[in-house]
Design a binder for this molecule. Structure first.
Ligand code: THU
Length: 129
């Protein structure tokens, strides 16, 4: 099952989600090789197209913090839904660019969990040579 420390962090981050329109909180947690956790949540906007997913928020934060992608050991995506919420297509494309292909992506609702790699979530992804 999901690492309890990461799950706790995810539950906290989901509480910070700014979701007045969808009421659909999501948290995304990056674990680094030294045990550091970086947390993100989705942030919505009245101009709906500007809504930003939890995954892309935390991945942008890792860039801003200067974290080398090799130091990211997992990405956990948490949503308190009955069935598992898997990352949207846009987030899969950004994961492909900012994570290693074999980095584990753990999807959880706190009870159920499924594990993927970045490559499994978006095979044959678009990349510029
Ligand atoms: N959302 C995420 O945060 N991650 C995903 O992978 C899918 C969708 C958010 C965006 C929006 O704030 C809400 O969930 C409903 O789509």
């Amino acid at each position: 099952m999901t690492d309890p420390r990461i799950l706790e962090e995810a539950r906290q981050a989901a509480q910070n989600a700014y979701v007045p329109y969808s009421h659909f909180p999501v948290a995304a947690i990056l674990e680094l090789a030294d045990g550091t956790l970086l947390s993100g949540c989705n942030v919505e906007n009245a101009s709906y197209g500007l809504c930003m997913c939890a995954e892309r928020n935390v991945l942008s934060m890792s860039v801003a913090c200067g974290v080398p992608r090799e130091d990211i050991t997992s990405l956990t995506v948490y949503a308190p839904t009955d069935t598992l919420t898997t990352p949207c297509g846009a987030c899969r494309q950004v994961m492909t660019e900012l994570l290693e292909p074999e980095t584990p992506v753990i999807v959880t609702n706190g009870r159920l969990e499924k594990r993927y790699t970045v490559r499994e979530l978006l095979p044959d992804a678009f990349e510029i040579e």
